[in-house]
Design a protein around this ligand. Structure first.
Ligand code: PBG
Length: 331
């Protein structure tokens, strides 16, 4: 018996496959996370993330120019300060590295791209936690909200257009929104890292930001076992007024991403994190996988699952491929 239903008809040539592709990557859907470090005279390679560096202001500016030329949708800045303390003072200091880098890049490129900032204390605290601590060493949710409010105003004043709230404190979107509005920053948008899991995939990032953390973040980031809770966190951020919600990491959490995408009435983003990047780069270095194919396949899969936009360390490279080779390009 020969089959009458033949799905292979639509796979028989590259033009046919291109014609019926359900998912396409557009450069504007990609956001580049970048690290800017204080006190460097040269960019410093991050060994756990081959191809990524801690930037100086000048090298960051060159990279942003490249991102803009490739059509990337925006950049997400992380700061790497030289001094840290218990409350993360560098995060709220207008002269702190993240705020300085934001002002420097927003002034030059703020009309051409969306300059975004990570809003979290972990890069700035000597204990490495995302918030300030109680006397017993646990993270003090509500005192942390006050620090986030001040950090938000500092970032908005530096020119950040979209604040990425990545600390997983309860009520952070509501609290930061109110603080921004009271300070006259009604136009500054909030990206909630809504469903952020306590993942081993953040390992390489810890080197990227010279993290001081010794324990873990399991009392505030989510348990990887919990799917329903990821949706709940996103719904809370929506109720609190998040302009965009995000799921993080991406590849191992596509079920959560699909749930959030089905429920959200605002854009849904996903963060392809440092460990997702490092695993591919490491396997490719050994010649075990086809790196470029896997990069595009992984980003395509995240968009297929429901992400409107992907934060990825491959943003510029993938966008340049779309320009030159047309892989996954809109046609
Ligand atoms: C917190 C933050 C982290 C990442 C982004 N924002 C680290 C963490 O939560 O431990 C991880 C990003 C990555 O791994 O690429 N400021």
């Amino acid at each position: 018996m020969s089959p009458t239903l033949r799905p292979r008809r639509l796979r028989q040539s590259a033009p046919m496959r291109r014609l019926v592709a359900e998912t396409r990557i557009h450069p504007a859907q990609l956001v580049l996370p970048m690290f800017v470090a204080e006190g460097l005279s040269e960019p410093r390679p991050i060994s756990s993330m081959p191809g990524q560096v801690q930037h100086t202001l000048d090298s960051a500016a060159r990279e942003v120019e490249r991102a803009i030329a490739a059509g990337v949708g925006g950049i997400m800045l992380f700061g790497v300060p030289q001094q840290k303390d218990a409350v993360g003072s560098g995060a709220t200091d207008p002269d702190g590295i993240l705020n300085r880098a934001t002002a420097f890049l927003a002034e030059r490129f703020g009309d051409a791209t969306v300059v975004q900032t990570d809003l979290c204390l972990d890069e700035f605290t000597d204990h490495g936690h995302c918030g300030v601590l109680h006397g017993d060493g646990s993270v003090d949710n509500d005192a942390t909200l006050e620090r986030y409010a001040d950090m938000a105003i500092a970032q908005a004043e530096a020119g950040s257009q979209l604040l990425g709230l990545s600390g997983m404190m309860d009520g952070q979107v509501d609290h930061v929104r109110a603080a921004l509005d009271a300070a006259g920053h009604q136009g500054t948008a909030i990206l909630g890292y809504s469903a952020k899991y306590a993942s081993a995939l953040y390992g390489p990032f810890r080197e990227a930001v010279d993290s001081s953390l010794t324990g873990d973040r399991k009392t505030y980031q989510q348990d990887p076992a919990n799917r329903r809770e990821g949706l709940r966190e996103a719904l809370l951020d929506l109720a609190e007024g998040a302009d965009i919600v995000m799921v993080k990491p991406a590849s191992l959490y596509l079920d959560v991403l699909a749930d959030v995408a089905a429920a959200s009435d605002v854009p849904v983003w996903a963060y392809q994190v440092s460990g997702e990047y490092a695993m591919v780069e490491a396997a490719a270095e050994r010649g075990w996988i086809d790196r470029d194919r896997l990069v595009t396949e992984s980003i395509t899969s995240i968009i297929r699952a429901g992400a409107d936009t992907v934060l990825t360390y491959w943003a510029v490279e993938q966008a340049e491929w779309l320009q030159t080779r047309g892989i996954g390009a809109r046609s």
